[in-house]
Design a protein around this ligand. Sequence first.
Ligand code: CMX
Length: 435
Amino acid sequence: MEYIKNRFYEKTSKCISEYQKLRKEHGDKVLTEVTIGQVLTGMKGIPALITDTSKLDANEGIRFRGFSIPELRKQLPRLNPEGEPLPEGLFYLMLVGEIPEEEDVINISKDWATRAHVPQHVFDVIDAMPKTARPMTQFSAAIVAMATESVFQKAYRSGIHKKYYWDFMYDDVMNLIARLPRIAAYIYRRVYFKDKHIEPDPRLDWAGNLAHMMGHDSDEVKRLMRLYMMIHADHEGGNVSAHTTHLVGSALSNPYYALGAGMLGLAGPLHGYANQDVINWIFEMLEDLNTNEPTKEQIEGYVQRTLQAGRVVPGYGHAVLRVTDPRFTAQKEFADKYIKEDKLVNIVNTLYEVVPPILGSVGKISNPWPNVDAYSGALLYHYGIKEHPFYTVLFGVSRSMGVLASLIMDRLYGLPIERPSSYPLEWFKEQANTK
Ligand code: CMX
């Protein structure tokens, strides 16, 4: 499918000269002031990164190349009119910058199917770990182990000119994304199904095949998996998984290293791990309250106790968003449409009524509204994917599409190594005291 690579180059290569012109002619232009507060609170709001694949608006949520999630759910190609769009279409959009034709999406599916072979030593690395190792530990180790396959690394060692880096990066990225469902499903079947593995079906689409290899072969799970893979794919460049992948890639580390590092960031409880923590926390609550159907008042009490214990309420709050996450809304709409009665989904819906006013009343919490993680676990659980310690791996498979599409662009632009400055606390104290 060489034409997709060619089309990407055709559409985006003009950005190389635009980037160079900006750098040369407008390098001195002041963008914004940086406050001590921004530095001390995680560099929030500092425009410090170039990311074309998506942009997050605090009051509207994510747009992928300008398209919102509701727009994409209508416009991206799907396998049947009732289904969800194929994530392959979103990848094409993020990479090329335009909505693909159905044929383009089918071709990416086929391309990924032909690239999906995972070398045996990667499975050996996974098998060498105890089954009790966290699924994200196994997943990141497998990704890094697969760096033996990096064509970018080999090309770099052979001395290729830097203007061709993106080309080798593209092949690595396509190979890597193609193989992640197999690796994820392997870990899932290893840990929870006594190593009874299921072979890929190359006729299936990328997300459908993941559901199939996990052993969840129904059309309903495949539909959910397509939605899940689409909405988790990207959240602009500053979040921990995207920024880490970009940062490690800036040292010209191969994409396997860069993504492996990004996945380790995703595994943190304030980021992607929150999606499994939501379910953990709900189960802890049910155990504490000794009921499967808690009342609104009981849930309120438990949320208050969580805050009093100095813990976060997982699935709520966001570093950038100041409204209900549209990824939460997309999942809620899916549940409202397809799920008639489910205790866990009901609890998640009640939490949506209960949590925001409580968090809002605390005073210091910038965003009391739910993020993507508040809903995803309940949907997976409803459809029989009950092994919540595994959920962040699914997040990681999806997130690879956005961060790796960006990595190809980083190399196309020829972005340099990233190297901001740091200062001792004393320096900031001095700055605070200068007029
Ligand atoms: N429950 C309790 N306290 C919360 C909270 C929540 N859901 N969200 C924020 N706070 C607290 C912070 O811990 C912080 O407390 P301190 O000042 O005592 O340190 C204070 O409110 C201010 O934080 P903030 O400016 O509102 O939020 P941050 O940008 O620092 O953090 C986030 C953002 C997402 C890490 C935070 O809201 C949080 O911990 N949420 C719960 C975990 C979660 O759902 N993470 C997933 C995010 C989405 C994703 O990446 O997948």
